[in-house]
Write a new protein. Sequence first.
Length: 196
Amino acid sequence: MSYRQEPGQPPTPPPIEPEPVLSDVVVVPRKQRPAVWSTPWGIFLGVLLLTLITFAAALMLLTRVGVVEVPDDDDVTITIAPTRAATAAPASVRVTAGPGVAERLDSGGYRVSFTWTLEGAREGDSALLRFSIGSRVVSEQRGNLDPNVFSASTGVFTVTTAQECTADGWTAEVVSIRNLTPVGEATSRAAGVTCR
């Protein structure tokens, strides 16, 4: 700071600057106390309290006692639930074999027709047939009973095959219907012929 003095005037004392105030007291800001629920003990107590309430409510629901009125006999309606019908095991088909018939063809072979009567079979059922010449099995065929070979109204099942000439005869056997062994006579036979 600077000042000027006019001539002839007494000198003016310089302005007094205030001295800084020094103190030995230190003010420390007060630390805020954490909430009770944010401390480890508070969290433990909160969880314990919620657990106790949950179990107490469950126990009250399980042990509550209520009064149930007994209805008068006149007001009671008895209902019987429909019983589930037992699933019937698939029944075997009863088979009665008819005689086989052989017709000579111009080619020298034979058209052999085999016939059966099937009781309990339905159109679309699977069938397995085994064809033999004499005692030798020549083929097996699997198929379905369709209207071309099976009449659902009469139960007649007819299969026609082309076979070679034999004196031993031809046989066809119904091995299974609906993957079940049939009951009865399942083998249809056609007599052999004299081959030239």
